[in-house]
Design a protein around this ligand. Structure first.
Ligand SMILES: C[S@@+](CC[C@H](N)C(=O)[O-])C[C@H]1O[C@@H](n2cnc3c(N)ncnc32)[C@H](O)[C@@H]1O
Length: 331
């Protein structure tokens, strides 16, 4: 089953995500591609563990979803997100038994190693989300990335590394077969936490049920308000916390649309926070008392992050620049 980001709690729990099988081990696979690993690996357990797969590619998500459904794996969830966002925001402390990474993108060019997944901050984050006795399994064909990952695990100060043979299922993935056809072998390591120092969750929340707690502002627009003067607008707040904890935000107000059915407008905003990006809509709607409500729309299933709240602030400040008078800030 595919789970959009807005369906999760922050953090979530195995009991809520797998209500019929909460007691089973919980496995996270990062970058599952077309989903061949899990049906093979799940078959090696007497009962299939609970599975959460995280991928960036939407096409892969659909292919894998079909494959897992055909295999009858009904306690498997797939989601389209950057892995570190999912692990930081959704996975509870000491929640997982296993994190599997098969053939991660190696980012081989000089100067691109910052894009690699398996860096020291990732190992510290993963250690805090693994149960005692849990581990990360890495399989890769890439010699240099393998050495890099082992060095980063050591640098994290929280991982013990064992180099061993890959599980048979990791040699059945699309990329495993591709490299095998080219005559390349695969490296495999288990990274076992030696400490589970908690890495905090961010300040993410689902879209609230109570409309008064949705990020908003109330303001009075001047009679002279001329929405056609809108131009694309960018605001940035550089990272204000440690690299392990999260990044700052960039908000780009892309466009402003007039409503046909309701008196008001909608702003389309792009919000970037580290690896997480969201496209959100922010309504500017007339109220009966003559004021206007600036409010994050539910459409598209946004989650409430610092950057999304900031986007409501950027719209509000732009309107202030057009002569609006703010009566109330709720973001
Ligand atoms: C080389 S492919 C390997 C796919 C699959 N594991 C296999 O062995 O066939 C790497 C996959 O990782 C995904 N990926 C890369 N970075 C990711 C991230 N930060 N979070 C989730 N998935 C990611 C890519 O979209 C891609 O599908």
């Amino acid at each position: 089953m595919i789970a959009p980001l807005g369906d999760f709690h922050f953090p979530d729990s195995a009991a809520r995500l797998y209500p019929h099988t909460p007691e089973r081990p919980w496995v996270l696979e990062v970058g599952f591609g077309d989903g061949r690993f899990w049906p093979h690996y799940a078959a090696t357990f007497p009962e299939s563990p609970n599975y959460l797969g995280v991928e960036l590619s939407g096409v892969s998500l659909l292919k894998a979803n079909r494959r897992l459904r055909d295999a009858g794996l009904d306690n498997a969830l797939l989601t389209k997100l950057p892995a570190d966002v999912l692990i930081r925001e959704v996975i509870p402390h000491a929640g997982l038994d296993l994190i599997v990474v098969n053939f991660p993108d190696p980012w081989p060019k000089a100067g691109h190693t910052d894009h690699r997944l398996l860096r020291a901050p990732f190992f510290r984050l993963a250690a805090s989300r693994l149960k005692p006795g849990g581990m990360i399994l890495l399989t890769t064909d890439h010699d240099e990335y393998f050495e890099f990952a082992c060095a980063e695990a050591a640098a994290s100060g929280v991982m013990h590394t064992e180099i061993t043979e890959p599980p048979a299922a990791a040699l059945e993935t699309k990329y495993a077969l591709k490299w095998r056809d080219l005559g390349l072998g695969a490296h495999h390591a288990r990274f076992i936490p030696t400490a589970h120092t908690p890495v905090p969750h961010g300040r993410t929340a689902p879209y609230p049920e109570d409309p008064t707690t949705v990020p908003h502002a109330v303001l009075t627009l001047p009679d002279t308000f001329a929405p056609q003067t809108f131009e694309k607008l960018t605001e940035r707040n550089p990272a204000s916390r440690g690299a392990d904890e999260g990044a700052g935000w960039t908000v780009i107000l892309l466009d402003l649309y007039a409503g046909l059915r309701r008196d008001g407008w909608v702003v389309l905003a792009h919000v970037v926070e580290g690896e997480l990006t969201q496209e959100v809509l922010i309504g500017i709607t007339a109220r009966e008392d003559g004021t206007h409500l600036v409010r994050l729309a539910k459409f598209g299933g946004p989650i409430i992050t610092t950057g999304v709240k900031a986007a409501v602030g950027v719209v509000t400040r732009w309107l202030e620049g057009q002569g609006a008078v703010v009566k109330h800030h709720g973001y």
